[in-house]
Write a protein that binds this ligand. Structure first.
Ligand code: SF4
Ligand code: SF4
Length: 193
């Protein structure tokens, strides 16, 4: 695998994914709350190692591989180390690596999925649901695979680039650390050739 080409291809998918989910939020009126970062403050955010390669490459290019490997060796927090909180309880804040953030971070707010009976269902973040209760019910009644960005379609899209992108999910800090280690190996190989 050419790691740079892989990263460029994945970033293109990430950009399209962001547009799809963000356009849906705008069109549906089910927006994330202003300044909210509560989901980033949750230790359950997961990603695959390969999803974190673009971010790891960026750190390599910025000469920050070692800095991040050290931070991730003994993380002082369980939730994402890339989160930049703006309030004391951590509920407000922003992503420090917005362009390279992995797929879950792009899809979490509002997205479509298939339920056990293969019906299309809308998944809406609890905070958005509480802020727009009536609109949520309306949008749930209108949900369709044509109008709603579907989680599974984007998973297929990533898997078509590389199946490893959707396999073996880890807590985000661990996935990032392993991606940095892969990039460090790549750097070593570059140095020797
Ligand atoms: S990568 Fe960014 S969006 Fe994703 S959990 Fe971390 S801070 Fe939040
Ligand atoms: S998905 Fe929910 S918790 Fe996350 S930023 Fe949007 S409103 Fe906040």
């Amino acid at each position: 695998m050419n790691i740079r080409e892989f990263s460029q291809d994945l970033l293109k998918i990430y950009d399209e994914m962001w547009k799809s989910f963000s356009d849906y939020q705008k069109a549906s009126g089910l927006h994330c709350l202003e300044g909210c970062g509560k989901c980033c403050n949750n230790p359950e955010v997961e990603a695959s190692v390969f999803e974190m390669i673009p971010l790891a490459l960026r750190m390599y290019d910025e000469n920050r591989l070692e800095e991040w490997l050290e931070k991730l060796d003994d993380p002082q927090q369980k939730h994402c180390l890339m989160y930049e909180p703006q309030s004391s309880d951590g509920s407000l804040g922003m992503c420090g690596v917005y362009r390279e953030r992995p797929s879950l971070c792009r899809m979490f707010g509002v997205s479509g999925f298939y339920n056990k009976r293969q019906g299309v269902t809308l998944s809406v973040c609890k905070l958005i649901r509480e802020k727009y209760p009536e609109l949520t019910i309306t949008r749930e009644s209108e949900v369709s695979e044509e109008k709603t960005p579907m989680l599974v379609n984007w998973s297929y899209r990533m898997a078509s680039l590389d199946p490893a992108l959707i396999q073996d999910l880890l807590p985000i800090n661990q996935a990032f650390k392993k991606a940095l280690e892969k990039v460090a190996l790549y750097a070593l190989y570059q140095d020797q050739h």
